[in-house]
Design a protein around this ligand. Structure first.
Ligand SMILES: O=P(O)(O)O[C@H]1O[C@H](CO)[C@@H](O)[C@H]1O
Ligand SMILES: [Mn+2]
Ligand SMILES: [Mn+2]
Length: 403
């Protein structure tokens, strides 16, 4: 039986890539920085001491990170591994979520996305006028680069009083809309996002993101699991499309389906929070038959901890994830292929709140792979190419298989 399980640890980079200077990210290292802060006793909120990831280490994480940066992350050393491990550089022009995911599935983004690069007054009047007119709204708040939680503290109450949606962006190619789930309404927010998606067509923006939240005042607003991403479609067929076309199953757990604009997906499983995402992944593996990909995005690493620059939170989440890996490994047979990777970095010690341009881990187990190094992979697309080869699909245009 052939099944591929992809665990996408959103934002879990393992060291700045050679082109990091173009992004202002020389020296960024999501895993390394977390390990260092833990080893220094500076990440003891809800956990203690050195970063403890025995199961990820067994899959080759510590070794992959050492190959990426030239040194072991603090608290990690030579480990006996059971899997094949390596690190991959990104070919795509951006360090955003769709680029990382699509490239991993064999389709790097070689064109430039559009960006709203002005930190204030970020959006053209012409654009927002059209969106507001179609939605029957008079005005909006925001119009700037912002951290999604900071902007709720600043403008959430005014939004609730006035009914004006909050529009904001970041260094990514995104147009984000935050609205209160009850006072504004979830369906109304989704409809507003659909309108924005259409009006943004000429701007070449990768994603519109609905950011619903709940709460009553600045200090208790919380974003909910009803986030929705409206991505444009990948520029060509990914390995997911190819497996689907060949009659296979592609199961999306969490926001995977949104990120691929629902292309190449045969089943969508909704879940939010690390624990539920992990539970849902286990459940889908149990149900998965031959010729199936089970693909989960663990978004909390990125949205709850990386962007929030919460080192202890990120460490806690990694340790939790690691502690549950044995349950997942117990469900796999030797023929299955397990892949664990990331889509970009988001070093929680880095200035600002944006992603960081980094190598990502490529940890692979099963399908006849021998334990040991896969070395440097020149594109995340090596994963997609390996999946194509595993399922005996037509080769992808990019990437080199490590199978
Ligand atoms: O600060 P929040 O709202 O989490 O937004 C972050 O999440 C977006 C999608 O990954 C990024 O573009 C960044 O802006
Ligand atoms: Mn991401
Ligand atoms: Mn992000």
């Amino acid at each position: 039986m052939k099944r591929t399980i992809i665990l996408m640890l959103d934002s879990f980079g393992i060291g700045a890539s050679a082109d990091a200077a173009q992004f202002g990210d020389v020296g960024a290292d999501t895993f390394g920085a977390i390990a260092r802060m833990c080893a220094e006793g500076k990440a003891n909120d809800g956990r203690e001491g050195a970063l403890n990831l025995p199961n990820l280490s067994k899959l080759g994480l510590a070794m992959a990170a050492k190959e990426s940066t030239g040194e072991y992350a603090a608290g990690f050393s030579d480990t006996e591994v059971v899997g094949a491990y390596g690190y991959a550089a990104e070919l795509s022009s951006g360090k955003d979520t769709p680029s990382g995911h699509w490239e991993m599935a064999g389709v790097p983004v070689l064109f430039d996305w559009g960006y709203f690069s002005d930190k204030q007054n970020s959006f053209p009047r012409e654009l927002t006028d059209k969106i507001l007119a179609r939605a029957g709204l008079e005005d909006y708040l925001g119009n700037c680069h912002a951290s999604g939680t900071a902007i709720l503290e600043e403008l959430g109450e005014e939004h609730m009083r006035s009914g004006k949606p909050i529009f904001y962006t970041s260094a990514d190619s995104v147009f984000q809309i935050a609205c209160h789930e009850e006072s504004f309404g979830l369906e109304k927010l989704y409809r507003l996002c659909e309108i924005a998606r259409e009006e943004l067509e000429p701007y070449n923006i990768g994603r519109v993101i609905a950011r619903p939240f709940v709460g009553t005042k600045a200090d208790d607003f919380a974003r909910t699991g009803n986030r929705r991403d409206y991505a444009v479609e990948p520029p060509s067929k990914t390995v997911l499309d190819k497996l689907k076309a060949a009659g296979g199953e592609v199961v999306s757990v969490g926001k995977i389906s949104d990120i691929y604009a629902h292309c190449g997906i045969t089943k969508k499983v909704k879940a939010s929070g690390l624990d539920q995402l992990f539970d849902a992944t286990l459940e889908q593996i149990k149900q998965a038959g031959d010729n199936t990909i089970v693909f989960t995005n663990f978004v909390d690493f990125d949205s709850h901890y990386g962007h929030r620059r919460d080192v202890a939170g990120y460490a806690r989440a990694l340790e939790y994830f690691d502690s549950r890996l044995p349950e997942l490994l117990a469900l796999l047979s030797d023929d299955d292929l397990l892949l664990l990777t990331a889509d970009h970095g988001c070093d929680p010690t880095w200035p600002g709140s944006d992603h960081t341009r980094e190598h990502v881990p490529v940890l692979a187990l099963g399908a006849g792979l021998k334990p040991g190094s896969l070395g440097k992979r020149n594109s995340f697309a090596d994963i997609g190419q390996s999946i194509a080869s595993y399922f005996k699909l037509e080769p992808m245009e990019y990437g080199e298989s490590f199978l």
